[in-house]
Ligand binder design. Sequence first.
Ligand code: NAD
Length: 485
Amino acid sequence: MKTETKQSVMECLHFINGEYVKSSNAKTFENVNPATEEVLGNVAIGGTEEVDQAVAAAREALNGEWKNMPLKKRSNILRKIGDLILDRKDELAELESLDTGKPLWLSQKVDIDRAANNFYFFADYMTTVGTEAYEQDDIAIHYAKRRPVGVVGLINPWNLPLFLMTWKLAPALAAGNAAVMKPSEVTPMTATVLGEICKEAGVPDGVVNMVHGFGETGAALSSHEDVDAIAFTGETITGTEIMKAAAPTLKKLSFELGGKNPNIIFADADLEDAIETTVRSSFINQGEVCLCGSRIYVERQVYDEFLDRFAEKTKELVVGDPFDADTKVGALVSEEHYQKVLGYLDIAKEEGGTFLTGGKAAEGFDKGFFVEPTIITGLGKDSRCVREEIFGPVVTVVPFDTEEELLEQVNDTHYGLSASVWTSDVKRATGFSGKIEAGIVWVNTWFLRDLRTPFGGMKRSGLGREGGAHSFDFYSELTNITLKM
Ligand code: NAD
């Protein structure tokens, strides 16, 4: 596991009971750099045997030193993990960009910094957690004793690999659990390093484990008899599979799933700010952020002006080598995903859409999966490009005349993750935002996060919430104890 330059290769092994191990059958697959199509290294494929070993190591660790470790010591270990992530920031950012195709500056600024911050946040938060207590007249005192859920499986996608893995691992450890991580097969590298970092920070062997592999590996974890909870981020359809696999053992489930998020621009908005942020919320990370606004609705009075200025700014985005400092949009994460996104561009054409920008693979690349940032107009509300999650640098823009008509379109979706509303009218900001069926609504901003707030989606965008007390509750069980007075 050595990574010195962007050409170097990394072998990704499982991390079980504090050691890096191969699969018992030695099976591997090749990890491909999406910007160059070069092989970055081999990745072990975990089967039921490796999942069994990892779960057994986690179960065993729950009865060891971890069980009675003083709160302060555990909190310090989390803090140390954050420090070690930052110590290795350059290396981790490079690995993340090699794996995902995203610009290096973005990996540094968002993925790695926020990964460290997840540990810092929960290191602090865990020391403040209280519990419920009720005095029942002079009869009894009731209090809820908190304990870890047990062995938790953490299954993650490829778009923000380390950031999202740590968003689950940090609260899981803060609440005293032992974990088995299953990173995305598409982006296995930073998670691999995380095993080593946890060990160096003082996490006892077996508390943090990781098994690489495809969907089957995640499925083995989801159906495992001795796993108590699954926290999953990924596609909605995969969530349904996990729910089925977990049903016989009634595991606790936390799901962060897909989205088709509306971005609403009223005529009274600060258009400059709205356009600048919309370029970011549409195309950052190649549009591969679950929170990206992919359905843009603009009040008719400013529709033409918005489109002109939005298209102009979008055309300025440099699509290119993730390691070039000028690059704003890198490569899509894999050939499979690239083909999926290009497929939607064909659908948009068939459906009668007009490309204001983009609409095709980016030119000038012999290798790699680059797509031009694409703005589509002229599509109706039943268009597949308006209804389905594309998860690439592709947005649709539609004008609206009334709030009633707008609300109907905004909520006419199975998804309910996030939305943005741009307006200078405070009454509208609160009134209209409250009617949107989404777990998160930003007003005059996007992606502004406070880790104490509830994060997650409604409808088919998720189950439960993450963040602060919400994460802590998911990773804890409560026993109500009644003391008779
Ligand atoms: P995916 O569902 O294909 O894969 C996610 C993970 O699940 C991978 O590790 C994969 O190996 C595993 N997996 C696949 N099949 C499985 C099965 N049957 N049982 C158990 N595990 C299985 O998702 P993806 O393509 O990696 O990620 C993109 C999706 O993630 C998008 O839909 C995006 O919106 C969503 N996402 C949501 C959030 C959020 O917070 N709501 C954040 C990021 C990404």
